[in-house]
Design a binder for this molecule. Structure first.
Ligand code: GAL
Ligand code: ZN
Length: 677
């Protein structure tokens, strides 16, 4: 979807405002430079006011008004909010708790994705929507549902239970195979037939590990199938319309990498300052990098970008208001990571309903305000840079593996671990982010051969195919870096019985022979190349067979034992760090990779709280530079080669003989540098 260069827009709810307001809204929307608007994702009760009776007149009208200003529409399929008449007609669409209570239909997302009545109602409304707009050029595509699986309880209705049993039967074929895979002899759980199986209930740490993991897989697949139903309808009616859905970063409910295979491109909802006053911009960056890599061709959108203070948290009635510059900066951050579209949530703040304080660009009064003027300025800037930027791609030689299966396996465990799976992935990611090195955050099913360096932090669970592919990657010359608790579990969520890292001892040329958890109040370090590096969370004693020792523990009874090893395997190297990745460890890894010339950064930036990414075009590159602090900054950049440089937003230039570039950034400011050799 590059016809706009960069899609720039806002989520708009015409159904929340009198019609007399629409023209004025559309005028301001257009004057801000927006070229796309998302509509109707919660408007089922207006689209189908009673069973089978459809009314698109109001939607046609607003799409027409927008089209007059050259603004396109993305339509939400409205299935995240089943209307009251549907609940009345089919109360069984409501998800059911294990105790047999139906979820009350008081908010949204009150449906079971496996309920046949819900599937029929979904088919009918999606088909009607797709049919109605199939020849409407101003509708460019669809967002399926809204934040699939958010906040839903696990549904234990008869359909879910029955389908889960069938799912297990298809997977294991024979009940004895399932018994073996799960180890159901533990606590006398051996099943005689499929109907004896009950889905596990939270907290899952008291349940059989294999059963709990299969339940999470089944639930993820249920939502993917629900999405697939809608995708199928839209594709058969209007194959030329684009299909996406709005994800939530690396939210655990659904394997987003699997889901995204069905989409033309994924998108996500980005609220940096929701609840977190001092949010970490590296976390936001990582979610951009993950969502991009979920996309089949590495293109993605932000479907909802924070546009004002969010609603309350911890006793505060509303969230912190974004400071001047932050709205603009967040959009540039998305584009810096490869987004083709950025849409703010929402246009004007609602005066009624649930989200009265989840602010849009405009406040409740609808007047032009500071935030509007900021996005309008951004709109003008994007108009100038869009062609150059759209001609480039975010590329990386470094792949960081995020495994939903490993995540789920850790979520099922007791006490979770000192650091969560997300934290550990972030910690390693951040080492690269701080050095301004592009990273792809990929699924374990990705083709590893496109990378030089593969990072697999806390890859707690593996399967046979992943083990083979990791070995192949290294054998063919790749550099693999793993951290503590790698391949502890097999695909049935059982601990490997033949030593750790399970199935990978030959790859790493060592065995984990002892370990301890490291509570936060205990300090430990690793001694490596004359340096003291802080360890966190977990320590492992590594006993090498063929590996070389790179670092040793400096901790009580583990003192002097191997903590970091490297093994030559085929043409490549497999590095193992016997601790969770502290920021110190992450930083050290990056420095060593740079020193050895394994990664070659194009540019180095001096200063704190700066983010840098590179997008590559055919004969030029663009460098994005973002100031994540609310104060002025003088910045110096050092380039690996001499470039002719032009500042696209601020207008500075340098000539071909220079390796350095200096500029001033204001609070939360951004610059895009155009580079030609
Ligand atoms: C998103 C959601 C929107 C709106 C927003 C503010 O998660 O998709 O519909 O609810 O948050 O709460
Ligand atoms: Zn159900």
């Amino acid at each position: 979807m590059t016809e706009a260069g960069i899609w720039f827009g806002v989520d708009y709810y015409p159904e929340h405002w009198p019609k007399s307001q629409w023209k004025a809204d559309v005028k301001l929307i257009s004057e801000a430079g927006f070229n796309v608007v998302r509509l109707a994702e919660f408007a089922w009760c207006r689209i189908e006011p009673s069973p089978g009776r459809f009314d698109f007149s109001w939607l046609d009208e607003i799409i027409g008004e927008l089209a007059e200003k050259g603004i396109k529409a993305i339509l939400g399929t409205p299935t995240a909010a089943p209307p009251p008449w549907l609940v009345k007609l089919h109360p069984d669409i409501l998800p059911m708790s294990y105790q047999g209570h139906r979820m009350p239909p008081v908010a949204r997302r009150h449906y079971c994705p496996n309920n046949p009545n819900y599937l029929r109602a979904t088919e009918r409304v999606v088909k009607a929507l797709a049919e109605h707009y199939k020849d409407e050029p101003n509708v460019i595509g669809y967002q399926i549902d809204n934040e699939l699986s958010l906040g839903d309880e696990y549904c234990y209705c008869e359909h879910c239970v029955q389908l889960f049993r069938e799912w297990l039967e298809r997977k294991y074929g024979d009940i004895d195979e399932l018994n073996k895979a799960y180890g159901t002899i533990f606590w006398s759980h051996e099943y005689g037939d499929w109907t004896e199986i009950h889905p596990p209930t939270p907290p899952f740490d008291r349940c059989n590990r294999g059963l709990a993991l299969d339940w999470l897989r089944f639930r993820s697949e249920s939502f993917i199938k629900f999405l697939e139903l809608q995708v199928g309808i839209i594709r058969s009616v209007s194959p030329d319309k684009k299909i996406t859905t709005n994800l939530m970063g690396l939210f655990p409910g659904i394997d987003y990498y699997e889901l995204s295979r069905l989409l033309d491109f994924p998108s996500w909802d980005c609220y940096p300052k929701f609840r977190h006053v001092d949010y970490d911009p590296a976390w936001v960056a990582m979610l951009h990098d993950a969502t991009r890599c979920m996309g089949r061709d590495r293109s993605y959108w932000v479907m909802e970008l924070q546009a004002g203070p969010t609603d309350g948290y911890h006793g505060h009635p509303i969230g912190v208001t974004p400071e001047p510059g932050e709205l603009r900066k967040w959009a540039y951050q998305a584009i810096a990571h490869g987004a083709d579209g950025v849409i703010y949530f929402r246009w004007r703040t609602a005066c009624f309903g649930k989200e009265q304080y989840w602010h849009g660009i405009l406040n409740h009064d609808g007047e032009v305000n500071r935030r509007y003027l900021e996005v309008k300025r951004l709109g003008e800037e994007l108009e100038k840079v869009k062609d150059l930027v759209a001609g480039t791609k975010y590329r990386s030689n470094v792949g960081l593996v995020f495994s939903y299966e490993a995540l789920w396996s850790t979520l099922i465990e007791e006490g979770y671990y000192t650091m969560s799976y997300h934290d550990q992935v972030l910690s390693l990611y951040k080492g690269f982010w701080l050095h301004g090195i592009n990273v792809d955050v990929i699924s374990p099913n990705e083709d590893f051969m496109r990378y030089n360096v593969l990072l697999t932090p806390f890859l707690y669970l593996t399967n046979r195919s992943l083990i083979t592919r990791l070995k192949k990657f290294v054998y063919n010359g790749g550099i693999l870096i793993a951290t503590a608790r790698t391949s502890v579990k097999d695909e049935y969520n059982r601990v490997h019985s033949d030593g750790l890292p399970g199935g990978l001892m030959d790859l790493f040329g060592m065995k984990v022979t002892d370990y301890t958890c490291l509570p936060a109040e205990r300090r430990a370090s690793i001694l490596m190349e004359g340096r003291v590096i802080q360890a966190v969370g977990w320590l492992e004693e590594l006993t090498p067979s063929s590996a070389q020792v790179l670092g040793v523990h400096d901790y009580e009874w583990l003192k002097g034992r191997a903590a970091v090893t490297v093994n030559r395997y085929g043409e490549g190297y497999a590095v193992y760090v016997g601790s969770f990745p502290s920021s110190d460890i992450a930083n050290h890894i990056v420095k060593v990779l740079i020193k050895r010339g394994i990664i070659k950064p194009l540019v180095r930036v001096e200063g704190d709280h700066l983010e840098l990414t590179v997008r590559e075009g055919s004969h030029y590159r663009v460098v994005f530079l973002i100031n994540h602090e609310g104060r002025d900054k003088s910045v110096k950049l050092y380039f690996a080669k001499a470039f002719r440089i032009k500042g696209l937003l601020k207008g500075g230039t340098s000539h071909g003989d220079k390796h350095e570039y200096e500029l001033e950034l204001g609070p939360h400011d951004a610059e895009i540098l155009y580079l030609e050799e």
